[in-house]
Design a protein around this ligand. Sequence first.
Ligand code: HSE
Length: 309
Amino acid sequence: MSVGIKVFAPASVANLACGYDILGLAFNGPGDEIIARPSDKPGVHISIIRGDQKKLPRDPLKNTAGFAALKLLEHLGTNKGVDLEINKKMPFGSGLGSSAASAAGAVVATNAMLGKPLTREELLPFAVLGEQIADGAYHADNVAPALFGGIVLIRDNESLDIVKLPCPKGLYISVVHPKLEILTSEARSILSEQLSLKSHIKQSGNLAAFISALYTSDFNLIKRSLKDVIIEPQRASMIPGFYDVKQAALDQGALACSISGAGPSIFAFAQNSFFAENIAKEMQEVFRKNHINSESFVSSINTQGVKIY
Ligand code: HSE
């Protein structure tokens, strides 16, 4: 097998309570490993997928990593071929940005294998097209943080106008993944298209204040503003014991706690790693009492995004 480019693409938390489809961050939890190798045949070929329990399609047109790489090759107008090896190291339907990690990793690895014709910023649209295969929607709130690292605001998903936000020093995240699977497409389909003016005002105030708090490292303001009055109430019932887990996190001093992406994972913010560890433990304890196995990740914000080995 020819020598290739190996990358690590990190997990991410989308929405961050007050930013449905427009906020996300990368964390040092699990992630996917993707290897891109030159192929004699033009186009994208997926030779190996590990860790997917045979659930993922090998057809590049149906695979988030394969499709992202294919769109990149098409854009470059090259007849070079790439062979992808995908090592899935994160659970599916978990709310941890698994499909986004694969798509982001695939474009970075393929681009690097071709001698980096595009900047990382220029790779974003192809990774988003790849992730769209998974839930049918075009949004970058997992892909952008997985690709670039840090906390990212998507000002506009159509044009992919993104803003990288500051990561306050000391900010930690606890992410607990109950061993359940939620299809993102289903979690999106249950959402109402209607919204009251009152909730719009509340959510906008929280979003604006949260962004301001990131610039000033104001943990108290993060605590007051990281709230979701629109999406969380509609999705909470999909996660058994959600409100008890959230209360346990807040009782342990979490700055905030909400659903990670489309769930079922739940994230909490903490002001240091000690709090974050305790918060994760207590959240898991509530799931355990509800007879649900879970795993937890405690991390500072991953500011690197996809890493080339
Ligand atoms: N913003 C998305 C959602 C993230 O909540 O549906 C999951 O892809």
